[in-house]
Design a protein around this ligand. Sequence first.
Ligand SMILES: Nc1ncnc2c1ncn2[C@@H]1O[C@H](COP(=O)(O)OP(=O)(O)OP(=O)(O)O)[C@@H](O)[C@H]1O
Ligand code: NI
Length: 355
Amino acid sequence: MSTRDPLLSVRDLTTTFTTDEGTLTAVDGLDFDIHEGETVCIVGESGSGKTVASESITRILSMPPAHIDGEVRFRGRDVGALSDAELRDLRGGEIGHIFQNPQDALNHCYSVGWQIVEAIQFHDDVSEAEARERAIELLDRVGIPEATARFDDYPHEFSGGMKQRVMIAMALAPEPDLLIADEPTTALDVTIQSQILDLLEDIQEEFGMSILFITHDLGVVAEVADRVLVMYAGKLMEEGDVYTIFKEPAHPYTQALMECLPGRGESTKGIQGSLPDPTNPPDGCRFADRCPHAVEDCKKGDQPTLYDTGTADHRVSCVYYGPGYDESRILDAELSTGSAAGNGGTERTGGMNDD
Ligand SMILES: Nc1ncnc2c1ncn2[C@@H]1O[C@H](COP(=O)(O)OP(=O)(O)OP(=O)(O)O)[C@@H](O)[C@H]1O
Ligand code: NI
């Protein structure tokens, strides 16, 4: 990794909600960077805080109920210090967002063409005719057939995959430097899903933007990521480049996720047990209750610090990588379950998923 300044730098990001059950900590002390042109994936089970983390960056979350602490810098600018108007400019400009459900993000009362025109004009002072022309180019670029003819169609006249393409066109309209994509393909069937992933990849190359991609699907991670952040119960458990994460997953949680990989979709059996109560997280490692390797130290104090594994830019929050422990116990345990990355259908022996 180079020493150039990151495009986005997030430090000690902590987002809490006030609920009837008490303070719910959705994201707890998250640190990460995104460099220019890079695709960073946040992966983790439902409820681990992926969406809240990504929506805390540009503060899409309404505040209150959310309370956001920590530091977010975009191109060196302190995002936390921006006014509401500046935040709106940031969201409609340098940072684009696409969501799982284009249904919710598109306005049913306007043609898709005009929604893109609006997105262009929000950012650029161009004539309506020019914005219209650019909107058609964008629709064409994201693979809407007969873009000119479809400009005046309403969202309901598009299929799910086509609607997602329209959303991508809208997000691209202001030529963002960072695109935040929160489960953008989860609602789509597998064929359409891979077309959309290919589209995002092509567009990224063409526009040179960075992508923060959120998914619970390691299959998708393998396809799109340069670097991976594994989140669990609001904490960063492991980070590394995509090859390292798939070849040498270091955290028992990451290893457990890998084991769910072949059954992509509904058939995934998942990891036994469930996430801890976010209003009352346990001491020690948040995953300790579900971890086959947990020892007493894992249930004491704070979440372990992120230890270097010895592989470049690979860090893991697990006591076994700290002083006095032998990490080979974890790494070898992983090896014995066979290569998890994409071999498909391997029945595993022993451990977490056994009933
Ligand atoms: N507005 C809110 N008020 C209270 N709690 C919230 C709110 N939004 C999210 N949470 C809680 O924050 C935690 C993290 O939620 P988040 O949606 O970020 O998870 P996720 O990793 O994106 O999950 P999924 O894969 O299901 O999208 C969860 O416990 C969730 O219930
Ligand atoms: Ni989410």
